[in-house]
Design a protein around this ligand. Sequence first.
Ligand code: S3P
Length: 440
Amino acid sequence: MPPAAGSTLFAPAAGGLRGSLEVPADKSISHRAAMIAAVGDSPVEISNYLEAADTFSTLDAIRSCGVVVERSQAGIYRIKGSGLRSLTAPGKVIDVGNSGTSLRLLPGILAGQPGQSFTLDGDASIRRRPMDRVVAPLRMMGVDIEARDGRFAPLVVRGGAVHAVTYEMPVASAQVKSALLLAGLFADGPTTVREPSVCRDHTEIMLAAAGARIEKEGQLTTIHPVESLRMADVAVPGDLSSAAFFLVAASIIPGSDVLLTGVGVNPTRTGIVDIMEEMGADITRENERRQGGEPVADLRVRTAPALRGVSAGGGISGRAIDELPLVALAAAFAEGDTVVSGAAELRVKESDRIAGLVENLRRIGVDIEPREDGFTVHGSGGVPGGGEKFKSLGDHRMAMLGAVAGAASRRGVTVQGFECVSVSYPGFRESLLGLMEGKA
Ligand code: S3P
């Protein structure tokens, strides 16, 4: 049967994946660079800014609040901040599209814009995602913020005074932590956030580099209010969350040898490398260096000689939250069972990633069971695939997972709604095909 409209076939990568690939810029760091530059004192040049729908949403948002953003060439943006409290209300809704990071972080900055009122909204998926996790603590900080039914977008933020608090996050979320640290810039004293387990710390790294006083003590992060921020020009590293698709693909597809260059390897993000290595993957770090205050390396990945099932729970899930669906695919190729737990957050991402994963992987022949907080995969030596099988559910990471499953399958996999990859990796198919031809 020919694939339905909007469907994309991913054929098996018969000869393996070979060659070198520079993955797109880090999405999390790109968002933060744009937002922090927007309230800085002087113009900042961001190079290797991620040119994808989510990070364009953040640029559009700051532009609509009066910040001048100029693009000189692909990925190079000059952002002309004019001070911490210089943003102005756009007089229209700020549409963040599918971007949860824009929707959850921006209120932290907007809270400090006196006398200005901002409305933030997005697409149907984002309107289903919980926003009370930022609304409640920001209210504790005295921020005038409202959400639909107290929980959902649209959000209305009216800038004004911000009070310092100590806040214990009920779930480990870098987006919540970041929103509160950004609001803490404007507060009347030091703001402390406690994270239940490690989550990405790009906001802290970038704010500290821009002159904010930040203290870290175990799970506590404290930020002191500032009068101004001065950010240096920054080059964004490659996104480990994007590299992860090739890290897993090359591990499970026979005959692969791939070099992923310039990938961010911040330890708060490298859970996927740890999990894959524990499963038996062959990953080496080369050319380790620092870029934009972040650790970066080239990752060499060769086909794993053998993979074994693992248990991944607790803190490691948080350090690999966006990559856990890939662990399920790797687990299908492994010997024995793999159990991922402590990852209930997967249910409130761009889609319910536990339900979507189970539905999709079962359809292509994987033996997987859902858990409330994760999943169990019974390794079966691979995925057959074939036909009209994988639904993206409008979720970029689900679409890319389907593509990797197809490349690793015996009969290919068709992904419905593949175009949503534009959110984080518009050229994903070309990257995969390039490695299949050995010339990416
Ligand atoms: C992100 C944090 C994570 C992650 C998301 C990006 C960020 O979300 O899933 O893709 O940039 O801070 P949570 O903070 O909800 O865990």
